[in-house]
Design a protein around this ligand. Structure first.
Ligand code: ADP
Length: 263
């Protein structure tokens, strides 16, 4: 059995004796491997598609503009469109690289004490710089009675990436482009909630949004690649934390991340 015929299975004989049990266990392992290979394959297919689409658009735009002499205004318009596609490609490749980085060994990530409130302020500033119509309010709960409650052991760049993604989604998928962020702490866990009053996510789709490249049907007209949330999940699990979400279509969405505080 090789990578190209992972669907093959052993004969499970009479289904009863030890040899049959061994064959069944072996077949179960093959099923898991087949599934993992399938996930990898579809990841590569999706990534190539996402990379190829903007490249095709860029090539098409340039070919059309070069067919005859154009006015300065026409050249400018084409260059603006091409620039937009290149920016998109840049965001996508950065996210893919980060996704690859989060699958490396945790030891290589240089975990250090990170003040989460600092990260939140930086993310809030960056989101505003990206788009002036975005707004983020940050609230502190009663559990934050001491600076040490806001200290986690982590990688600041990765934590910033996860938090920006959640703030960005909250603004992107709500008509008022606004996110409320609530920071609170219990004994040993920090919780950050990202709440919006946007389009929401249906119950059926809630199960799928963490899969790489998955995008809900109702967001296909807005920009994005469907990688953000899988990145968030990976980053938070590297920090021994968890991500959860509750949502009501048409009302809004709330993502919660929980991370252990520094001991
Ligand atoms: P992207 O935003 O680039 O599409 P993500 O991985 O960040 O990719 O999100 C995956 C999908 O989950 C989005 O396409 C959207 O359908 C849904 N989603 C994520 N956050 C929200 C939100 N705050 N409100 C509504 N839908 C959301």
């Amino acid at each position: 059995i090789e990578a190209n015929n992972l669907h093959a299975r052993l004969d499970e004989g009479n289904q009863k004796d030890e040899i049959a049990h061994l064959a069944q266990t072996f077949n179960k392992m093959l099923s898991r491997l087949e599934l993992a290979f399938g996930v990898q394959k579809s990841f590569i297919a999706n990534a190539s598609h996402e990379l190829r689409t903007p490249l095709t658009v860029i090539t098409g735009q340039i070919e059309v503009v070069l067919m005859k002499a154009r006015t300065n205004e026409e050249y400018r318009e084409t260059l603006m469109l091409v620039l937009e596609e290149i920016k998109n490609l840049n965001t996508l490749s950065n996210k893919l690289l980060l996704l690859a980085q989060t699958t490396v060994d945790k030891g290589d990530l240089n975990f250090m004490p990170v003040r989460i409130d600092d990260v939140l302020w930086k993310c809030q500033k960056e989101l505003l710089a990206r788009d002036m119509t975005n707004s983020v309010d940050v609230f502190f709960g009663e559990g934050i009675d001491d600076d040490s409650k806001m200290l986690v052991s982590g990688n600041e760049i990765l934590l910033k990436t996860a938090i920006i993604n959640l703030m960005d989604n909250a603004c992107k998928y709500s008509s008022n482009h606004h996110a409320d962020v609530f920071l609170d702490a219990t004994e040993n866990r920090l919780s950050i909630k990202f709440r919006d009053s946007g389009i929401g996510i249906s119950e059926k789709e809630l199960k799928m949004i963490f899969q790489p490249f998955y995008r809900s049907k109702n967001v296909l007209s807005s920009s994005g690649h469907g990688i953000g949330l899988s990145l968030v999940e990976k980053i938070i699990s590297l920090h021994n934390g968890s991500v959860s979400v509750v949502s009501e279509p048409g009302k809004g969405t709330e993502f919660t991340i929980q991370i252990p505080v520094c001991q």
